[in-house]
Design a protein around this ligand. Structure first.
Ligand code: ZN
Ligand code: ZN
Length: 354
């Protein structure tokens, strides 16, 4: 089934049309990425609307939709209403997580069809990846691996977190990244106990841990990885915490296979950290699904009751964060298979001292 057919398959019940407003769903359905636009999907026909900045790219790249230009004379609501009339649409499913309240109010006032929220169904298809999507994610993750090995040679005591962040971003683009999956996290010393800390002017010193969490976008798909390295030397306690996180991650990866629930996978990793006495210092979940968006469902956390399926992609990222002292996180991406998982991250995980 191609992606558009997946969307058409949910048009038998509560809605006879879909209004795709998020870049992700438009990209997924049309299999072509256009930054801005709106698409209407129905069994009677599909139309894609965008403005003069993107119209040529859309007309060249989009196959299964009629591509029409929106303008001041032909605003979105007018074009959508024409599609509603031409295709006989009475109920349009929309992505409630990707519309502002003002946009929704505008559509409700102007469109000649009933609007029903269908975000969950529309986005559910993206959790199990097609082979071509997995190829893009492998390539994206390879770029982060290359950037990591390159940035290691640029870390020096005396530079600030912000300067290292700039070097990391340079390495991500230089190695082929087309965008950043998110603002890279670069924290050092006591700041590493902040799981999602922001790079500051703090000067990196000998004896620091540095945690770098980063990813790129390649052909619309995200990568995501984290490594924690030590500068100059690591104390015994730093080594102990590092190795505990690593063992926890390996236990989570070993428990990752199709059929396992997110809670089971999270639990396998969490047990290692709890047994080592650091249970209360691992606050976040073990992993999140990822694809066009960096954070997708389902999650591998203590409340994850959904069994993982073949070709789902999840992060594996346990951590221990000791307030005021330091923290460690190690993150890979894995693709679920029938009897296990494929780790698409290849950077070393032994404690690296730069
Ligand atoms: Zn990450
Ligand atoms: Zn992540």
């Amino acid at each position: 089934m191609n992606n558009l057919d997946k969307y058409l398959s949910i048009l038998d019940g509560e809605a006879d049309g879909l209004l795709l407003t998020s870049r992700y769903s438009r990209h997924y359905g049309a299999q072509h990425d256009i930054a801005e636009g709106v698409a209407v999907v129905s069994k009677a026909g599909c139309r894609y609307f965008t403005d003069s900045r993107y119209i040529e790219a859309a007309q060249n790249g989009i196959r299964d939709f009629a591509v029409l230009e929106m303008s001041r004379a032909n605003p979105f609501h007018k074009l959508i209403n024409e599609a509603i009339a031409d295709f006989g649409i009475t109920v349009l499913g929309y992505e409630e997580d990707y519309l502002t309240a003002a946009e929704l109010r505008g559509y409700e006032e102007k469109l000649n069809a009933k609007l029903v929220p269908m975000n969950g169904k529309i986005h559910s298809f993206r959790s199990v990846k097609e082979d071509w999507e997995l190829d893009r994610m492998r390539k994206a993750q390879a770029i982060t691996d290359k950037a990591f090995s390159e940035v290691l040679g640029r870390i020096k005591a005396g530079m600030t977190e912000k300067q290292l962040q700039a070097e990391l971003i340079y390495c991500l683009y230089k190695n082929g990244g087309e965008g950043l999956a998110f603002d890279p996290i670069v924290v050092s010393g006591p700041n590493t106990s902040l799981p999602h800390g922001v790079a500051t002017d703090r000067v990196i010193r000998e004896g620091d841990f540095i945690t770098m969490d980063f990813g790129v976008i390649l052909e619309g798909y995200c990568s995501d990885m984290t490594r924690t390295v030590a500068v100059g030397y690591a104390t015994e306690e730093m080594e102990k915490v590092y190795n505990t996180v690593l063992q926890a991650q390996l236990a989570g990866i070993a428990a990752s296979r199709a059929g396992a629930t997110g809670a089971e996978i999270d639990g396998a990793a969490r047990q290692v950290i709890t047994d080592a006495g650091y249970g209360k210092y691992f606050g976040h979940g073990y992993g999140h699904s990822i694809g066009m968006e960096c954070h997708e469902a389902p999650n591998c956390n203590p409340s994850g009751q959904i069994p993982m399926q073949v070709n789902m992609v999840s992060s594996a990222e346990p951590g221990i964060y000791l307030p005021g002292k330091f923290g460690v996180r190690i993150e890979d991406l894995v693709i679920f298979t029938q009897d296990g998982c494929e780790n698409i991250t290849t950077s070393p995980k032994n404690l690296i001292i730069v």
